[in-house]
Design a protein around this ligand. Structure first.
Ligand code: NAD
Length: 480
């Protein structure tokens, strides 16, 4: 894997190094792992020129042919999954097994997008007194994808698959912490023989400058952003002279509710998986665990046993369950939330401090942590944590659990654990979240729409809705 080369800009079918480059570090050791080209506004606008030139020809390519590029890329990802996982872990820090799973999931997403492209048609309406009507779907035009570091493969690949399947040329701007895996994935897609300008990539350490230049240009017809709510809101404000389609996948603050009739060992395993994967740095991570009072202590015992068994360390080391946080700012936020909870009377059942267990690991590690006695107004209950901290609350009635779960500005994912179907159904219906896992700690699937309500975002990725996000709708009225 060419991590020593920083020709990471793909513009108009050519790889280029850029005038300057920036360093990429392993978040576990803080040692350099490579460099990426520091793309500029000029590179981005050249990419937009090429995307505009490619848009017409690409929309005329048959859906079978478009799907073929995506399928070939999926196969190449599967073939090279081990090397790609090592690269992903080296700049993101997550355990190798999680990196592998993310990449295999990404391959599935490409395959699914290739299939769904065939079904992204319009509809024909019965004749009114004047004549029939048609609803046509056409590609939205040149699009920009801005992606985060926490799932640097799947967040990027999901947007690439959906945009290209829909017939829209895409410029990607990966997160500055994880440009190397993004570049390798773009390289895999490029090597399937995609025409110049259909998929382009601008790595940069100056995201506001690069994105700002593209957003100021009305030829860019779509932006699909995954990242923080703060930056997402800024992108909306940026477009003050022209409208464009904007998909936002933003922060989350997921509740999990465990009802009294839940299968407790399965619920404990599910909560621990949904909380601690990627060291809690996930927009769908469990951030608040509501447990029925009658099973609170039993569930807590099971959870503590599992959390105590999670080994902290370098993501590439055998047996690691928790890698580093991405940076010091992430660690500071976790420490601030835990200190605030403890000051307010919460009890630290496990963890609750930095981890500094091994020579050479200088990154921002935090011990997996379980808190009880947490108040509804504490920072850990109000803010997205993005770290390995699980606050546990007890509840008495279903109504109380759902009301408290809904009490957040976010609305991305929620989890329910229980057996009574009518109770699960009622709760799922009342929860104001875009994705709900029912006895399922991993509810993100290519065939399901993924996205949030309220400050967690707008539009959806995945499912038929995901292709729709890269299509325009045109009504044709025919007078006979
Ligand atoms: P971030 O918003 O800082 O960065 C995300 C992306 O935006 C990066 O590519 C970054 O370079 C770019 N960016 C930063 N400032 C920008 C600007 N002014 N203009 C244009 N682009 C800019 O977020 P982060 O800290 O990297 O990621 C963590 C956040 O992402 C969390 O809040 C998490 O919940 C959210 N997230 C959401 C989803 C989802 O699908 N809803 C998935 C993963 C992460």
């Amino acid at each position: 894997m060419p991590t020593d080369s920083w020709a990471t800009l793909l513009v108009d079918g050519q790889w280029r190094p850029g005038a300057t480059s920036f360093e990429v570090v392993d978040p576990a050791t803080l040692e350099p792992v490579g460099r990426a080209a520091d793309g500029t506004a000029r590179d981005a606008l050249e990419a937009l020129d090429a995307a505009c030139a490619a848009a017409g020809p690409w929309r005329s390519v048959t859906v079978e042919e478009r799907g073929g590029y995506l399928r070939r890329a999926a196969a190449a990802i599967r073939d090279r999954v081990d090397a790609l996982a090592e690269l992903l872990t080296s700049e993101n820090g997550k355990p190798l097994g999680e990196a592998r799973a993310e990449l295999l999931g990404s391959a599935r997403m490409l395959e699914w997008s290739a299939e769904e492209a065939r079904r992204a048609g319009g509809r024909v309406l019965p004749a009114s007194p004047n004549g029939p009507g048609l609803v046509l779907k056409s590609p939205v035009g040149p699009a920009l994808a801005i992606t985060p570091w926490n799932f640097p493969a799947s967040m990027l690949i999901r947007k690439i698959g959906l945009a290209l399947a829909a017939g829209a040329p895409l410029i990607v701007k990966p997160a500055e912490q994880t440009p190397l895996i993004a570049t390798e994935l773009v390289r895999i897609l490029h090597e399937t023989g995609l025409p110049a300008g259909v998929l382009q990539s601008i790595t940069t350490s100056r995201p506001a400058e690069v994105a700002g230049a593209l957003l100021a240009d009305p030829r860019l017809r779509k932006v699909s952003f995954t990242g923080s709510t703060e930056v997402g809101l800024g992108l909306l404000r940026n477009t003050d002279t022209h409208l464009r389609r904007t998909s936002l996948e933003l922060g989350g603050h997921s509740p999990a509710i465990v009802f009294a009739d839940a299968d407790l060992p399965a619920a404990a395993a599910g909560v621990v998986a949904a909380k601690f994967f990627n060291a809690g740095q996930s927009c769908v991570a469990v951030n608040r665990l509501y447990v029925h009072r009658s099973v609170h202590d039993d569930l807590l015992d099971l959870i503590e046993e599992k959390v105590a068994a999670l080994r902290v360390g370098h993501g590439a080391a055998e047996g690691t369950g928790i890698g580093p946080l991405i940076d010091q700012a992430g660690l500071d936020k976790v420490e601030r939330q835990v200190a605030d909870a403890v000051a307010g009377g919460a009890e630290v059942r496990l963890g609750g401090r930095r981890w500094s267990g091994q020579d050479g690991l200088k990154g921002a590690f935090y011990e997996p942590t379980v808190l009880t006695g947490v108040g509804d107004d504490m920072l850990v209950t109000r803010e997205e944590t993005f770290g390995p901290v699980l606050p546990v609350y007890s509840f008495d009635t279903d109504d109380e659990a759902v009301t408290r779960a809904n009490d957040t500005q976010y609305g991305l994912a929620a989890y329910l654990f229980g057996r009574d179907l009518s109770r699960l159904w009622t709760a799922a219906d009342r929860l104001d979240f875009g994705v709900i896992g029912v006895n399922d700690p991993a509810p993100v699937r290519p065939e399901l729409p993924f996205g949030g309500m309220r400050n967690s975002g707008q539009e959806r990725e995945g499912g038929a809705e995901g292709i729709e996000a890269f299509l325009e709708t045109k009504a044709i009225a025919i007078k006979l």
